[in-house]
Design a binder for this molecule. Structure first.
Ligand code: H79
Length: 541
């Protein structure tokens, strides 16, 4: 594609629908499922069980021979979709091909696939795509860009470069996936270390056929439509684009592990509800994995964990689905979401005074009630908090719904001017916006911009001084103050600060200041700057 043509991308509407789903099912299922983490009688724990070929150093020919026995008679795509529904999950992503290179779809590019290379002879990806369509369940596929059967050397970090021949092979397989299985809700690229033009090539292959398919950030080099956090990573930073957190039920493995120790069921259910809520309160999607056995059946414990989360969501799902992130940087009692001008509070700890504080709350609370929990204590309403003497008995992470007179407004923490009307901003009180759409698995997260809120007392002219850590760079950054944009030239070799402006400011109780890569910037561009201080210095009326 010519560089100057706008790339086909998912529409705002698709992105919003994707973000509204919040909770999805990941499935790791392939030849490794037959081994269950055991090779020649030995349990392997040096890596996830889906990577046992690498962990146990299994010769390619011996591993590939597993295909001739792959016959998952218990694979029931309908039942899997029903399980996802019972769990309150709103989308499903299946491994079409993991690093071992075995294809769970009937690719024409290799006979090492479930249709041509196994006694089962049926296309697993197709069976689930069809079942999902019957249930209006959005369906996506996982695709590893590395492939040990194609010839990549298993390396512990799995960030192999992609050869030209391999790039062509992947492109042909991606074409099959985007043409043969209906609309895909997402294409979940994983690992490898693609070069920028390879990432672009993969993205264009998907979007040319399916512009509305959301591509995961692990296509690398800023070509994804959403950020993927690290595996099992629940970020405590803010991400300024759609994002998802992939999670395994046990942090030890994604593929089936026959000897996996199970913690008590309730603990596991609570762990994943809490992680789901953390992710959703920051605006992300939680993609929780199951690893079916080699015969295709779902591990009973895993099904129970999922159903447990579904029970909780039946009561509290209205605070989850289609919500937006909490408008507070941090809450000392738990987490929050917003929907339809209502605020939902997830109470993890009850502070000793029973007071749930909402810092910066500016709208009077009209009504407070426990969500779908009967016989809970009364909730007392105060100006910017509610008081809860006791939590409802027997409910994990109980939820309070708040309604308001007027529109919900929360004032962010604001930095005030000093007595000379200078406003000094430091990283300690900034919001740092990250993404995970960088150069490879070991690159993220990337700091993209840094942001503050300020108060201005005196009208007049202000110059802006940016102080930063020296380094071998010359660079332009954008400084956005309210709706004014100014540029600053930074010369890291010669100086440790730069002056920009002046700009005129009017008194204000809340003005946003943001520092970002100089525009026009590439998608996903890094700020790549260690800011020490940004000062807005009053120079005269
Ligand atoms: O498909 C799952 C993983 O197999 C895949 N991503 C998820 C969704 C993945 N491939 N490579 N990696 C993740 C990164 C590899 C991390 C490892 Fe390790 C470091 C493997 C061995 C050392 C983590 C820590 C697992 C064992 C120890």
């Amino acid at each position: 594609m010519a560089q100057d043509q706008p790339a086909l991308r998912p529409s705002e509407k698709t992105i919003r629908q994707w973000q509204n789903r919040k909770y999805g099912m990941f499935i790791h299922f392939s030849l490794f499922s037959m081994l269950g983490g055991v090779w020649k009688g030995k349990e392997y724990s040096g890596n996830y069980s889906e990577q046992i070929q690498s962990d146990a150093n299994i010769p390619q020919r011996e591993y590939a021979a597993l295909a001739s026995q792959f016959n998952p008679a218990q694979w029931d795509a309908e039942a899997i979709v029903r399980l996802a529904e019972e769990a309150g999950m709103k989308f499903i992503v299946l491994t079409a091909k993991h690093h071992d290179g075995f294809n769970m779809f009937g690719t024409k590019e290799s006979t090492y696939n479930v249709v041509d290379g196994t006694p089962y002879k049926r296309d697993i990806v197709k069976s689930l795509a069809d079942a999902c369509r019957r249930h209006s369940m959005p369906f996506g596929v996982y695709y590893s860009t590395i492939d040990w059967h194609f010839g990549d050397t298993p390396a512990e970090k799995n960030d192999n470069p992609i050869s030209q021949a391999h790039e062509q092979f992947n492109v042909k397989q991606l074409q099959e996936l985007v043409t043969g299985y209906g609309a895909l809700s997402e294409l979940w690229f994983d690992m490898g270390h693609s070069m920028p033009l390879q990432s672009r090539h993969f993205a264009e292959t998907v979007h040319k056929q399916q512009p509305e398919c959301m591509i995961s950030g692990r296509i690398w080099n800023g070509e994804g439509d959403f950020s993927e956090t690290g595996d099992d990573d629940i970020p405590d930073y803010i991400t300024d684009e759609p994002w998802e957190s992939p999670a395994s039920i046990f942090s030890e493995t994604w593929g089936y592990r026959s000897w996996q120790k199970h913690t008590p069921l309730d603990e596991k259910i609570h762990e994943h509800i809490l992680r789901l809520v953390k992710v959703v309160s920051r605006g992300g999607n939680y993609l929780l994995n199951i690893g079916p056995k080699g015969d295709g059946s779902v591990v009973d414990f895993e099904a129970q964990v999922l159903r447990g989360t579904g029970q909780w969501l039946k009561r509290n799902g209205e605070a989850i689905y289609a919500s937006t992130p909490q408008p507070f940087r941090k809450l000392d009692f738990g987490y929050a979401t917003v929907k339809d001008n209502r605020l939902y509070l997830f109470v993890e700890h009850l502070p000793s005074d029973g007071r749930l504080r909402l810092p910066g709350m500016q709208t009077p609370i009209r009504e407070a009630r426990w969500l779908n929990t009967e016989s809970a204590g009364k909730i007392q309403i105060e100006e910017s908090s509610v008081v809860v003497p006791v939590l409802p008995a027997g409910e994990f992470l109980p939820v309070i719904e708040l309604r308001f007179d007027g529109e919900l407004k929360v004032q962010p923490a604001v930095t005030e001017p000093d007595q000379n009307d200078t406003i000094r901003l430091t990283p300690e009180n900034s919001d740092r916006l990250f993404n995970n759409n960088g150069e490879g698995y070991y690159d993220p997260p990337t700091l993209r911009s840094e942001q503050w809120h300020i108060a201005v007392r005196r009208a007049g002219s202000y110059k802006i001084e940016v102080s930063y850590k020296r380094g071998p760079f010359s660079r332009v950054v954008d400084i956005q103050v309210g709706d004014q944009l100014i540029k600053a030239n930074l010369y890291g070799k010669e100086a440790e600060s730069s002056i920009a402006g002046p700009i005129n400011l009017q008194p204000s109780s809340n003005l946003a200041v943001r520092i970002a890569p100089g525009s026009p910037a590439m998608r996903g561009a890094k700020l790549d700057l260690e800011i020490i201080r940004v000062s807005l210095i009053f120079v005269g009326p």
